[in-house]
Design a protein around this ligand. Structure first.
Ligand code: HDE
Length: 720
């Protein structure tokens, strides 16, 4: 950087010019050895300029007095460039800092015109542009993707009636009932303030201290400790608007609604042991996955579903639908699918779109309104503040990703970075400037709030109807398959084992006793803790029926489409088998990567050269949904000595992945300590075995194995 040497077109480094080189000579030099950075002087269209548009002759050297003398203050080119660089960052989001976005389209398939005057939900077949941002909550912007964390699932619809945002999560409930607790929740889960760690983790004293002192959190804690918080992909998550909203029709009739996103890709998560390793191998695992799927044209899709219910139904529920720590089981109020969202375009520029996108629960359109959920009201208040802080002024709606696609007309003006400045004399209304007087309000099509009747005493109080904290936590737990219940126990033991204070561990377990005695006993045992007394409950736990829709495994995909296989090859691997396997994967719509000892690839037994996508050290098996271990006899002898090759096998084995293999692979399995292959191992003796292997892979995991590879499995009565 600070040297005057530069690369020539031929790639050779030229020596710095001699001491007597003057400025003019230095420019001439630069033209000569500029390589890619310098164009011919007549290439005006590509001429680099300052922000003021002044052409730049030398972008390699700052202006100085003499060859080794001081840099001159008058160098406006240097000053401007460094100034701009110094201000490249905007404050990261205080929560949901790490995220990834994509553009797409929403198509309505069933009209809700009987319930709402929202155009976006009325015209079947109409396509509405959307922007989606997925995120983790607790980690900072540079944190890893596979943190155990809730995922944000925020969708902006650019409708004809203005922007509508569903700012949701991948979990249908929340930790708290009142917004006044939000800063405490977020402080508790983020890094502890004195030491600034742990990053992107709830496994620490402050979080569990807060959670164990907050009975209302325990329904969400059960979701948080489930595999929902370690999704395989953004593509395999559900989304939820969480709160009840209202749909309001043209006559002013209101219907309550909860919004759901259901992935066409099916639900899928990874295991914790795997997540930890993915974070090391590819901290960008989720963003890379989404990016690649869209680049490959394998556009992820979600159905938009609505649960519609009236006040009468709400009154019948054994809890208050205005309480964000509760959900309405789908078995109680079915989800009606009304449209499909397709993400079909990656962003051109991450900062411009994903970083600058500004969601807000208050962005609703005529026909969509709020319920009295207190948490929703707190959010409605919060998001504009955040945008002002992050985006620096009130004109963030002028940024393309935030700008409505319909006309915007009002008398708001000026402010930082105002891009759309109204013309004409009138900047107020009422005015008497006639047609030149600017926009006017329109009572017919304009937004009207639902005229809910409101009365009451001003007080700080939590409604009695919000007092049951454990019934739905239990319902969630008993709705899980046994292997999923085991994972919840594992996660609790893991997290609480990171908590230093024994009294906090015990207080956490005291809540579990009100949710499921078996789970409480398992966790206490896993912690080496005497079972504490149950926590004091404001209301007894009701025995609600299981809700199968709450299970991930019960709602898993039926094919291997969009999943990725790692194929481990060496020189001399069978060309016939490789061809058959990749053909079967292509037919399934699945992806694969060749993993090999060298990135240059391998030469198969018929002399074909196959490039690798990953050198074995860079392509650990945790990055794949299933693996095929296809070394040649000669190749496997070498792999059996290689630690990363052994890890490749062991790390596919432990998280119960399907492993396709040649006979020769047995040597590597032995070396990796995988000595008793089970039914999750599929022998690929001949090319025709490939198809059957892919059919097996559709189950995604061979769960029965988990009983063999996990000490904590003793707690599990029967495999799923
Ligand atoms: Fe948020 N939340 N939140 N939140 N939230 C933010 O706004 C807030 C809550 C959610 O990809 C912030 O633009 C309060 C629930 C998502 O850009 C901030 C409360 C749910 C995103 C904020 C909540 C969410 C945010 C920070 C309690 C699920 C990321 C950056 C009353 C339904 C959106 C920003 C994106 C972001 C406040 C609770 C979802 C600070 C006060 C419940 C997906 O305004």
């Amino acid at each position: 950087m600070g040297t005057r040497s530069s690369k020539s077109d031929s790639g050779k480094t030229k020596a710095a010019p001699s001491a007597k080189t003057d400025q003019a000579q230095s420019y001439a030099e630069a033209q000569g050895h500029g390589g890619e950075t310098h164009q011919s002087t007549d290439d005006l269209a590509r001429t680099m300029t300052t922000q003021q548009g002044v052409p730049i002759a030398d972008d390699q050297n700052s202006l100085r007095a003499g060859e080794r003398g001081p840099t001159l203050l008058e160098d406006f080119i240097l000053r401007e460039k460094i100034f701009h660089f110094d201000h490249e960052r905007i404050p990261e989001r205080v929560v949901h800092a790490r995220g990834y976005g994509a553009h797409g389209v929403f198509e309505l398939t069933e009209s809700l015109a009987d319930y709402t005057r929202a155009d976006v939900l009325s015209t079947v077949g109409q396509q509405t542009e959307v922007f989606v941002r997925f995120s983790t909550v607790a980690g900072n912007k540079g944190s890893m993707d596979l943190a155990r964390d809730v995922r944000g699932f925020a969708v902006k619809f650019y409708t004809k009636q203005g922007n509508w945002d569903i700012v949701g999560n991948n979990i249908p409930v929340f930790f708290i009932q009142d917004p006044i607790k939000f800063p405490d929740l977020v402080h508790a889960v983020k890094q502890e303030p004195d030491r600034a760690f742990p990053q992107a983790q709830s496994a620490h004293d402050n979080y569990w201290d807060f959670a164990s002192l907050s009975p209302e959190a325990w329904h969400m804690v059960m979701w948080q400790m489930s595999d929902r918080t370690i999704p395989r992909s953004f593509r395999t998550m559900e989304g939820f608007g969480v709160h009840s909203f209202r749909l309001v029709d043209a006559e002013g009739k209101s219907t309550f609604v909860k919004f759901h996103w259901k992935p066409h890709q099916g639900l899928q998560s990874v295991l914790w042991n795997e997540a930890v390793k993915i974070n090391g191998a590819d901290p960008d695992f989720h963003r890379r996955d989404l990016w690649q799927a869209i680049e490959n044209g394998d556009f992820p899709q979600w159905d938009l579903g609505v649960q519609l219910f009236d006040q009468e139904t709400a009154d019948r529920l054994p809890f208050d639908h205005l309480d964000s720590t509760k959900l309405i089981p789908e078995e109680e109020v079915p989800v009606r699918i009304v449209g499909t969202m397709t993400l079909n375009r990656n962003v051109d520029n991450f900062f411009a779109a994903t970083e600058q996108v500004a969601f807000c629960t208050q962005n609703v359109v005529p026909g969509i309104d709020f319920s009295d959920d207190p948490l929703l009201h707190g959010r409605n208040f919060s998001y504009l503040d955040t945008q002002l802080k992050r985006l620096g002024g009130p004109n963030f709606t002028h940024i393309p990703v935030n700008a409505p696609r319909c006309p915007v007309m009002n008398f708001q003006q000026d402010g930082h970075m105002a891009m759309h400045n109204p013309k004409g004399r009138a900047n107020y209304e009422p005015n008497s400037w006639g047609p030149d007087g600017g926009p006017r309000e329109n009572p017919t099509i304009g937004y009207r709030s639902f005229p809910a009747e409101v009365q009451g005493t001003k007080q700080r109080i939590r409604a009695e109807t919000f007092a049951d904290h454990y019934s739905q936590a239990r319902q969630f737990f008993i709705s899980q398959m046994p292997i999923e219940q085991k994972h919840i126990g594992d996660a609790l033991v893991f997290e609480l084992s990171k908590v230093e204070r024994v009294d906090i561990r015990a207080r956490a377990v005291s809540h579990l006793r009100l949710i499921d005695e078996g789970l409480a006993a398992t966790v206490a045992d896993g912690l080496g803790l005497d079972l504490p007394e149950p926590a004091q409950a404001a209301k007894p736990t009701l025995e609600l029926p299981p809700s199968p829709k709450l299970s991930i495994l019960g709602n898993a995909p039926e094919d291997f489409k969009g999943r990725k296989m790692g194929i481990l090859l060496t020189d001399g691997s069978s060309a016939e088998l490789f061809a058959a396997l990749t053909k079967a994967l292509d037919a399934e719509g699945a992806l694969y990567e060749v993993v090999a000892p060298k990135i240059g690839g391998v030469t198969l037994d018929d002399g074909t050269k196959v490039p690798a996508q990953q050198k074995i050290d860079g392509g650990p098996s945790v990055l794949y949904d299933a693996v095929a271990v296809l070394p040649s006899k000669a190749g496997v002898a070498m792999l059996a000595k290689d630690a990363t090759a052994k890890d490749f096998v062991a790390d596919a084995f432990a998280p119960c992945k399907f492993i396709g293999h040649t006979e020769a692979a047995a040597t590597l399995f032995q070396a990796a300590g995988v000595t008793e292959p089970d039914d999750g191992f599929i022998a690929l003796a001949k090319a025709k075995d490939a198809k059957g292997f892919i059919v097996q892979c559709r189950s995604l995991r061979f769960w029965a194995r988990e009983l063999r590879v996990d000490l904590d499995a003793a707690a599990l009565k029967a495999p799923a």
